[in-house]
Ligand binder design. Structure first.
Ligand code: C5P
Length: 229
């Protein structure tokens, strides 16, 4: 079902706004993303509000720490019952291995998605960090590392989707933000792709925020996106 591939970015900071948004979208069969602003503002209450409405949660906290700390943080997310969460691939294979081991004894295991290179980063920015590879090669390198280390997929931009799908194959989840339906405003996203294009290129899940959340009728925006796909 196409709706299940849409992850609505709940980029609000107050419980009242969240409750209203959740009321508007809960019957659309989509999933939702809780990011750092919302989680830092109201904490696990955000997860509870979404779960009470029957929505699957992608907890987008981009974990990155020493293996033990990272593993315990992801375990805490698993115990909240989130459907998906993510960690930085640049935390290294030991960090990923510690997370996977920690989750082995857990009743619920969320999908684990790697963050390769943030889309705000340029090749010049990578060089400043001492990374000689160009951006595209570094993204591909980290995605392969994520695959080998046992992550379930990666977050990737629309521009990277096709290449990663071709190089890594089928059993790897690609989660794509920066999506704009043909009728929507680009906002501050510089490089956007349409939902249909992202799916055709091999994306499994589309992260879409403002085209839905800024709409007067978010449920209608979701329906329009689904029919556009
Ligand atoms: O409103 P919009 O559709 O631009 O929101 C996209 C969401 O995806 C935001 O929560 C943003 O932080 C997130 N995101 C992104 N680009 C990335 C990674 C995450 O836009 N590379």
């Amino acid at each position: 079902m196409t709706e299940r591939r849409i992850i609505v970015a709940l980029d609000v900071s107050r419980a009242t706004e969240l409750r209203q948004l959740v009321r508007q979208i809960k019957d659309s069969n989509c999933r939702v993303k809780i990011g750092k602003e919302l989680f830092t503002s109201i904490g696990p209450l955000a997860i509870e509000i979404c779960h009470d409405a029957g929505l699957d949660v992608f907890l987008d906290l981009k974990f990155h720490d020493i293996p033990n700390t990272c593993a315990k943080a992801v375990r805490a997310a698993a115990r909240w019952g989130v459907w998906m969460t993510n960690l930085h691939c640049s935390g290294g294979v030991d960090m990923v291995a510690a997370v996977r081991e920690m989750l082995e004894g857990e009743a619920h295991r969320p999908l684990l998605i790697g963050v390769t290179v943030l889309t705000s980063m340029s090749s010049a920015g990578l060089r400043q960090l001492g990374i000689a590879r160009d951006l595209e090669s570094h993204v591909a390198y980290l995605a392969r590392l994520a695959h080998v280390a046992g992550l379930d997929g990666v977050v990737c931009s629309g521009e990277e989707t096709r290449r990663l799908r071709q190089s890594i194959g089928k059993d790897f989840c690609l989660v794509t933000p920066g999506i704009r339906p043909t009728w929507a405003n680009n906002n501050d996203q510089a490089r956007v792709v349409t939902p249909a294009r992202a799916i055709a290129d091999g994306s499994d899940y589309l992260v879409i925020g403002r085209p839905i959340t800024d709409s007067e009728y978010p449920q209608n925006a979701i329906a329009r996106i689904v029919s556009e796909i």
